[in-house]
Design a protein around this ligand. Structure first.
Ligand SMILES: Nc1ncnc2c1ncn2[C@@H]1O[C@H](COP(=O)(O)OP(=O)(O)OP(=O)(O)O)[C@@H](O)[C@H]1O
Length: 242
């Protein structure tokens, strides 16, 4: 039976890129209203999985459903916010004009625009051209552009790369506030210590999910003192059973 309580359900998802299979039949169910981390080493398939979830990736076989609908279907367009790895905003426009532009696409009001800018802590920079902002500020403009339509699912590809520890903490706090208000979040990262900030974890390596767990279970199962050591232990045990 189809699980419509889930935010995302991937079934036997297989994806090839550049003539090579890079996701090998992924089966996973991602719950609603929680912060789910997609972690794993570089090249493991995180961005590819995320692209399949937002419906911009050609799928070789299997499927991804989001809120019960096929990924990328028109019914989901306003319900899914996606932030790519590199900030996709216009440098010559101000913060406010950027967010208003993306807001117009999803029918957001002026108040929605102001709220999204405030949520990412850029109210004081709202009139400034994005080109004159720091890298971390630019990526927060991208996040505001994704937040402005109040999506039910927010998909963020490495949103904390290049941010200082205080900003990273603030962003994770924001993600949990959004989840508490009912938003589902899928967040990729290759920084293992961010694992402990997630409600649930998916560990993706070489195109396979090697763990679908919680931070506490990950540490308990491996007996490791931290997420990075736990992850390495899982990789070693996966290699030993190959
Ligand atoms: N445009 C592309 N053409 C061909 N192969 C690609 C393309 N993009 C990614 N790949 C390959 O697909 C695999 C998964 O890449 P993906 O970008 O999904 O990994 P990732 O876990 O997001 O890595 P990172 O953390 O470095 O962003 C890698 O082997 C990569 O080389």
């Amino acid at each position: 039976m189809m699980n419509t309580d889930a935010a995302i359900v991937a079934t036997s998802l297989t994806v090839a890129r550049g003539g090579r299979e890079v996701l090998h039949g992924i089966d996973v169910t991602i719950p609603r209203a929680s912060v789910v981390g997609l972690l794993g080493p570089s090249g493991g398939g995180k961005s590819t999985f995320i692209r399949a979830v937002v419906g911009v990736q050609i799928v070789a076989s299997g499927e991804v459903r989001v809120f019960g609908e096929p990924a990328g279907s028109p019914a989901l367009r306003r319900r899914v916010g996606y932030v790519t790895q590199s900030p996709s905003v216009y440098g010559d426009l101000s913060v406010r004009d950027n967010v208003a532009y993306f807001g117009a696409i999803v029918g957001a009001s002026h108040a929605d625009v102001d709220r999204a800018i405030e949520t990412v802590g850029l109210t004081d920079h709202a009139g400034q051209a994005v080109a004159n902002l720091s890298g971390g500020q630019r990526s927060r403009v991208s996040l505001a552009a994704a937040l402005v339509g109040s999506p039910d699912l927010l998909v963020l590809d490495e949103p904390t790369v290049g941010l200082d520890p205080v900003l990273r903490r603030d962003l994770w706090d924001l993600f949990h506030r959004l989840a508490a208000a009912g938003t589902s979040l899928l967040i990729s990262s290759h920084v293992m210590d961010e694992a402990t900030r997630c409600d649930r974890l998916l560990l993706l390596r070489d195109g396979r999910i090697i763990a679908d767990t919680t931070p506490a279970d990950l540490l308990a199962r491996t007996g490791a003192p931290d997420a990075e050591t736990a992850f390495l232990a899982l990789i070693e045990s996966a290699e030993a059973t190959r």
